[in-house]
Design a protein around this ligand. Structure first.
Ligand SMILES: Nc1ncnc2c1ncn2[C@@H]1O[C@H](COP(=O)(O)OP(=O)(O)OP(=O)(O)O)[C@@H](O)[C@H]1O
Ligand SMILES: [Mg+2]
Length: 378
């Protein structure tokens, strides 16, 4: 029997713990063509949630387009990737689709690529030099299809903060805003995991997307929903698990979606002969979580400058979030040297999302990284 707990990949259908309230809110945003800026720390379930929402609204007749900007490394790859998704909005045979995309994107050359049994459409550039009219076509296309078909549309840009890496002069961002703000039938959804980069795009008065849409910080999965999910998944696969064990799992992972699935995955594997999970099984499974993640934690650690490491060790020694990390007391207690060098380290750690600042206090974004540091260095 297959392990019912999936970690690291996008989760769909049965593997997805209902985020009922979030699904409802996003579905209603799309129904009213509200644009949304959705962000959360890494591996909270943004992509899984939005793909679930898109499945549902598509079933209600909404046109949907999803583009992951992690895969995009330049303006050219952005244009061809977005054009390909636009081609995907059309049903019908390949010839019909070709005709439709030629009308919508006359400055791009579509070509049919056959992979195995499947024919797919990709794009080449006509005149590589001037891309501005091409961007105009591109950013009008979804709204045009939406009004031609009399349907609402939802367009998702996942990992939108990545745009900063290649849209150096900000041309694409400006063009997007110019077009998107006029589209009454389209909900644009921008997602990202780097809070400071997302905030800079959407909260900085000098950026084109200033105040473009509603901000939607995605939290962890509500504990009662997650507990039901865990129980169901164990029981469906013939396991027994009591509430005490489920509560202990969620207490250990602090309801973090990815770590909860990982811990359950390991527990399921370790107990598959006996088909029973009890609270006492958890500590050893947690050690295995550390073993599996050690590689990623070591890589991150290697990347960090010395001052940042010292500060992280100091924070790992303390219980809970810390407010006074620049105070003389804190600096002296942990032998951290002058406040100015710690300020630089903090700025770097916030930028890399290793730390986050909540209610004026600094804390680790990844509680398992904190625990790993504590085990390894404290
Ligand atoms: N609704 C959910 N139900 C159950 N598990 C979930 C849910 N959402 C996320 N997870 C767990 O978290 C993992 C990461 O989910 P996902 O890739 O959707 O998150 P993300 O926020 O998009 O991550 P990233 O920041 O890496 O892009 C999944 O593989 C799964 O283990
Ligand atoms: Mg994602």
């Amino acid at each position: 029997m297959e392990n019912p707990f999936v970690c690291g990949k996008v989760v769909r259908g049965k593997c997805f713990a209902d985020r009922k309230a979030e699904i409802e809110e996003l579905t209603s945003d799309i129904a009213s063509s509200q644009s949304v800026i959705l962000f959360s720390p890494r591996r909270y379930g943004k992509t899984s949630l939005i793909l679930e929402v898109l499945d549902r609204v598509r079933a209600q007749g909404v046109l949907t387009l999803y583009l992951d900007l992690f895969k995009v490394t330049s303006q050219e790859t952005f244009i061809t990737a977005y054009a390909k998704e636009i081609a995907g909005l059309h049903g019908g045979g390949i010839r019909t689709v070709l005709k439709k995309v030629r009308d919508l994107l006359p400055r791009l050359i579509p070509k049919v690529v056959v992979k195995g049994q499947k024919a797919d459409i990709e794009f080449e550039f006509d005149r590589p030099a001037d891309k501005t009219p091409l961007l105009d076509d591109l950013f009008e296309a979804v709204a045009t299809v939406s009004s031609q078909q009399g349907k609402r549309a939802a367009v998702v840009f996942d990992e939108f903060q990545e745009i900063a890496g290649w849209d150096v002069g900000g041309e694409v961002e400006r063009q997007m805003r110019t077009h998107f703000q006029l589209h009454g039938n389209v909900s644009y959804i921008f997602m990202g995991s780097k809070r400071h980069l997302m905030q800079d795009i959407f909260r900085n008065k000098n950026r084109p997307f200033y105040r473009f849409g509603k901000h939607f910080p995605l939290g962890k999965i509500p504990e009662d929903e997650f507990a039901d999910f865990i129980r169901k998944r164990f029981e469906e696969t013939g396991f027994q698990i009591d509430s005490e064990a489920i509560n202990e799992i969620l207490r250990t992972t602090e309801d973090h979606p990815y770590y909860t699935q990982l811990l359950c995955h390991i527990l399921w594997d370790r107990r598959r002969e006996k088909n029973v999970v009890v609270k006492e099984d958890i500590p050893e499974a947690v050690s295995e979580v550390f073993l599996r993640e050690a590689h990623a934690f070591c890589d991150l650690w290697d990347m960090l400058p010395r001052k940042a490491r010292q500060l992280l060790v100091a924070l790992a020694k303390e219980e809970g979030p810390q407010g006074q990390i620049f105070s003389n007391d804190f600096l002296r207690k942990h032998n951290l040297g002058p406040a100015s060098s710690i300020q630089r380290a903090v700025a770097g750690l916030l930028k890399e999302e290793v730390l986050e600042k909540v209610d004026d206090k600094y804390q680790y974004t990844d509680i398992f990284f904190k625990r790993w540091l504590k085990k390894t260095f404290v």
